[in-house]
Design a protein around this ligand. Structure first.
Ligand code: DX5
Ligand code: ZN
Length: 226
């Protein structure tokens, strides 16, 4: 089975340890830094602004995995420096310009993901499946780190995976975001998820294990052992 990827949720990273984190991620060949952009309108919270993200970009060459939890994503994506090798998810909900958003991200030579909230039916994405690289499934209500996973989302991931296989969309990757602990990553890998947003439930959790040990444990449960 294809190996899973880790995307470190930078809204959960304490600033006083940021260079340590970036060095460890580089050493471990981490796949992505997850960049949540929240506008206080699509979700009731603000996160990672343009200047912070620009500064982060100067400090690392690990690719970015943007997640735009905003209204008017087509306008707001343009405020950021999206580069080839990045991956970009924008939400399906309240978005009248899904096709334009897809085109915009493709022009930037980044991978295109559509993000859906826990309650959003994935069948609504049918018209876009030929054009996208992945689907980001929210496992908690969007907006805040540190929440508990909504149990029904686990089966939703399994159903989406089956649906994609059945319809021959074998290249579309499933990314899961929200309360991804090591244990849950294991279960979701088995359900077909391949990109795991690691935030306060794993990489940035105060635990006995060091950061590199946690990355190693997570890699093990997402197919790096085989
Ligand atoms: C929202 C974020 C959060 C968070 C993940 O899009 O990506 O879900 O940082 O970390 P947890 O849920 O483990 O705190
Ligand atoms: Zn996110």
């Amino acid at each position: 089975m294809k190996k899973g990827k880790i995307s470190a949720s930078m809204m959960c990273a304490d600033l006083d340890k940021i260079f340590y984190y970036l060095a460890e991620f580089k050493k471990a060949n981490l796949d992505f830094l997850h960049i949540d952009v929240m506008d206080g309108s699509f979700v009731p919270n603000l996160a990672l602004g343009t200047d912070y993200v620009r500064s982060l970009r100067r400090s690392t060459d690990v690719p970015f995995d943007f997640h735009f939890l905003v209204n008017e994503p087509l306008t707001k994506m343009a405020w950021f420096d999206i580069r080839p090798g990045d991956q970009v998810a924008f939400h399906f909900e309240n978005n009248q310009k899904v096709n334009d958003c897809i085109e915009y991200v493709k022009e930037k030579k980044a991978k295109v993901f559509i993000a859906i909230n826990p309650e959003t039916d994935f069948h609504l994405l049918d018209a876009y499946l030929d054009k996208i690289d992945g689907v980001l499934v929210m496992m908690v209500s969007p907006g805040f780190a540190g929440q508990k996973m909504l149990p029904f989302t686990v089966n939703k991931v399994g159903q989406l995976h089956e649906y994609l296989l059945k319809n021959k969309y074998t290249n579309i990757e499933i990314e899961v975001d929200g309360n991804i602990s090591i244990e849950k990553a294991k279960a979701l890998y088995q359900k077909g998820a391949r990109i795991f947003v690691a935030g306060s439930s794993s990489l940035f959790k105060n635990s006995e294990a060091s950061l590199s040990e946690t990355i190693e444990q997570m890699h093990k449960v997402i197919g790096w052992q085989e």
